[in-house]
Design a protein around this ligand. Structure first.
Ligand SMILES: Cc1cc2nc3c(=O)[nH]c(=O)nc-3n(C[C@H](O)[C@H](O)[C@H](O)COP(=O)(O)OP(=O)(O)OC[C@H]3O[C@@H](n4cnc5c(N)ncnc54)[C@H](O)[C@@H]3O)c2cc1C
Length: 647
């Protein structure tokens, strides 16, 4: 029955849960985890193993929530006994790929602890080996361990895994260890000692997204596992739907609350024009392509002519198996790097030109049928199936509709504007945290922020990305926060801070109701598109701040939340506003253009002047923005620092 029919027959349904606006529930923990995604669950496990009392709050349902809740097909960057690649080399490819703008600190921790974390996951019930011998004899299988690998079959650092089994296993382990999981509670703010900005973090506040009840969460240590900012430049629920990459409820609530509390951020000025947020792309991994999950799929044009793969020298690869081998003289292949040293084979780079000349005819197709049988099954079955959000809407739906990978080709939207991996977009259709490395919290080697008592893990960290990284940094932050909590004194909640946050949280209940939260999000996107887009200068950026403030003051009060769900949605949009303001402050502070950050200032057109090759940091203090800087390798030396802090 559709909505209109439902209303015709039964009227508008009552809100199905008791409403408890303003009522308080107090919870105390040694370690409080904000966000029950991949890093959150691992942080809870890491902390609980230290014997402390752990509480985890999650906006959705932790059993499947977050970017990795429905799956993961690659567990990358993992040195292990069967590979010659070291943790230092792993960090190196990421750093080179990003021109230095990668989080070497958290990537190193992740690389050092990734393998043991993977084995740990297996003990909890996560499937990481080809135990049924479905791929026996395949060139990407290690016959002894039954591990399967991707991308680089020689060096074997990127594992193919059955990631749809992971989140349930983590959830079960959290429950077994006695972690108190509170689902459907949106963390809204951080509590600090004496209610002061920049002071020790002693807990958080939350809103129950079904009852509207207010949570006061007291803790000796808090870990921000709330991922990153999204929806700053582009947002429509109608257009994006399944085309959205990261879940839409990840908006940067954690960034917004940590900013208000005085935490330090970097990389916030990075954004880029990608079709991931454009609204009209086909679901990621749901059409023929040769990118990550589908690598190294054979692609053909409309006449059946194969599109060649080339190595980093541009040499055409004649044999299929060369696609997964380093070129002569090349040590190993990074997962997605364009840097010469670790660049992996790909489709010819001048494909578009050759289409224009008539050498290849659009549209293209993924030709799974012509591939070696085990490679075909690895893509259509294992990878498209285990990758997030693909098992049901892609693998099952296409199979049920009769798609047979041995016989059928799958159409590609490459060059047609609807390819989420490579489609062209307008420069204003930008993404921030939606995809790739993004801005986030700065931490020390304990993964502790500049605020005492506040730790961070996973995608909440600046430059944080990937499942293996979220898992390993989560576990690490969990044990570090637990050690801190064991020694930290208890602290009384500052009542004025609670009252102020309650006032902020319930404000949208009093809105005039003239507009909806979606319109408010769209309006703020318009500001970012106009004033903080491809072209930036001081005047534009300051106008951006002006209009965001104007919208906050004049339009936000016009949104009314009629129920706890809409209240959550409205508060999310306010987080989007805060993150956009942070982005603009960071953009004002970087007075140079930077190619790696896709950052162009018309008033500072010189690209990558050496004196600007540094991190620009921002934090808030008493309403004023404080900017700072750090050398790009502020974490060095990697191994020495890690050894000093790991236990
Ligand atoms: C479709 C898809 C496929 C991917 N595939 C791979 C892959 O194959 N390999 C790989 O390495 N990486 C992959 N990634 C990336 C990987 O999943 C993420 O890097 C990883 O999940 C990050 O973990 P996290 O804990 O930081 O964030 P998440 O796992 O996203 O968890 C964040 C959690 O915070 C919750 N939350 C948000 N706001 C609030 C709030 N205010 N209060 C309470 N809770 C809140 C969210 O509901 C969510 O559960 C993929 C991502 C996507 C989206």
């Amino acid at each position: 029955m559709d909505w209109e029919e439902q209303v015709r027959q039964h009227g508008i349904p009552e809100w199905p849960y008791p409403i408890r606006y303003g009522e308080e529930t107090e919870v105390a923990a040694d370690v409080l985890i904000l966000g029950g995604g991949i890093s959150g669950c691992w942080a809870a496990i890491g902390a609980a193993r230290k014997g402390v009392n752990v509480v985890m709050v999650e906006k959705g349902a932790a059993i499947r929530s977050g970017s990795g809740g429905s799956g993961c097909d690659h567990w990358i960057n993992t040195p292990h006994p069967g590979s010659p690649i070291t943790a230092e080399e792993i960090v190196d490819w990421e750093i080179k790929f990003n021109g230095g703008y990668s989080n070497g600190l958290s990537r190193y921790i992740a690389a050092r602890e990734s393998y043991e974390t993977l084995l740990d996951l297996e003990k909890m019930g996560g499937k990481i080996r080809d135990t049924e011998d479905a791929f026996r004899g395949a060139p990407f299988r290690d016959e002894k361990t039954k591990f399967l690998f991707a991308y680089d079959y020689k060096n074997r650092i990127h594992f193919r895994v059955w990631g749809s089994t992971f989140k349930k296993a983590l959830f079960k382990e959290c429950s077994r260890l006695g972690v108190r999981i509170i689902d459907r509670v949106m963390a809204t703010g951080l509590l600090t000692e004496g209610g002061a900005t920049g002071a020790r973090v002693i807990g958080a506040t939350g809103l129950h997204t079904r009852t509207g009840e207010f949570f006061i969460l007291r803790a000796r240590a808090v870990i921000d596992c709330l991922s990153r900012h999204q929806r700053n430049w582009t947002f429509t629920t109608e257009l994006r739907g399944i085309s959205n990459f990261r879940p839409t409820q990840i908006v940067g609530d954690g960034h917004a609350m940590a900013w208000r509390a005085g935490a330090e951020f970097t990389l916030m000025e990075r954004s880029r024009a990608t079709s991931f947020a454009s609204g009209d792309v086909y679901p990621t991994y749901g059409h023929g392509n040769a990118m990550n999950t589908w690598f190294p799929c054979s692609m053909v044009d409309a006449r059946g002519k194969e599109i060649p793969y080339v190595d980093r020298e541009g040499k055409v690869l004649k044999h299929f198996h060369e696609r997964n081998r380093p070129a002569p003289g090349q040590k190993f292949l990074g997962e997605r790097t364009l840097h010469y040293e670790h660049k992996r084979p790909g489709l010819i780079e001048d494909l578009e030109e050759r289409v224009k000349k008539g050498e290849f005819v659009l549209p293209f197709y993924a030709d799974l049928g012509s591939m070696p049988e085990e490679e075909r099954r690895a893509i259509w079955g294992l990878m498209v199936g285990e990758e997030g959000r693909t098992k049901i809407p892609v693998l099952r739906a296409y199979t049920d509709a009769g798609f047979d990978p041995e016989r059928d080709m799958l159409q590609s939207y490459m060059l047609l504007g609807s390819d989420p991996m490579k489609g062209s977009v307008r420069p204003q259709d930008r993404t921030g945290g939606e995809i790739g490395d993004a801005g986030g919290l700065v931490t020390d080697w304990d993964l502790k922020t500049n605020l005492d008592g506040l730790y961070a893990a996973g995608d909440a960290l600046f430059g944080g990305n990937y499942h293996y990284h979220a898992a390993a940094t989560g576990k690490y932050a969990g044990r570090k926060a637990a050690e801190y909590a064991i020694k930290a004194p208890g602290s009384a909640v500052h009542r004025t801070q609670v009252e102020e946050e309650k006032g902020r949280v319930y404000e949208p209940l009093r809105g005039s109701g003239e507009i909806e939260w979606k319109e408010l999000n769209a309006a703020q996107c318009r500001v970012m598109k106009n004033f903080c887009s491809f072209y930036k200068n001081e005047e534009l950026l300051k106008l951006g701040l002006h209009w965001l403030k104007d919208l906050r003051e004049k339009e936000a009060p016009r949104v009314r939340a009629d129920n706890p769900h809409k209240l959550m949605r409205t508060l999310e949009v306010l987080s989007v506003f805060t993150c956009s303001e942070m982005i603009i402050h960071a953009s004002l502070a970087r007075r140079a253009s930077n190619r790696y950050l896709d950052f162009f200032r018309l008033d500072y057109p010189e690209v990558d002047p050496p004196e600007w090759n540094k991190w620009i940091t921002i934090r808030q203090e008493g309403g004023a923005v404080r900017t700072g800087e750090r050398p790009l390798d502020f974490w060095a030396p990697l191994a020495e620092n890690y050894e000093k802090h790991r236990d």
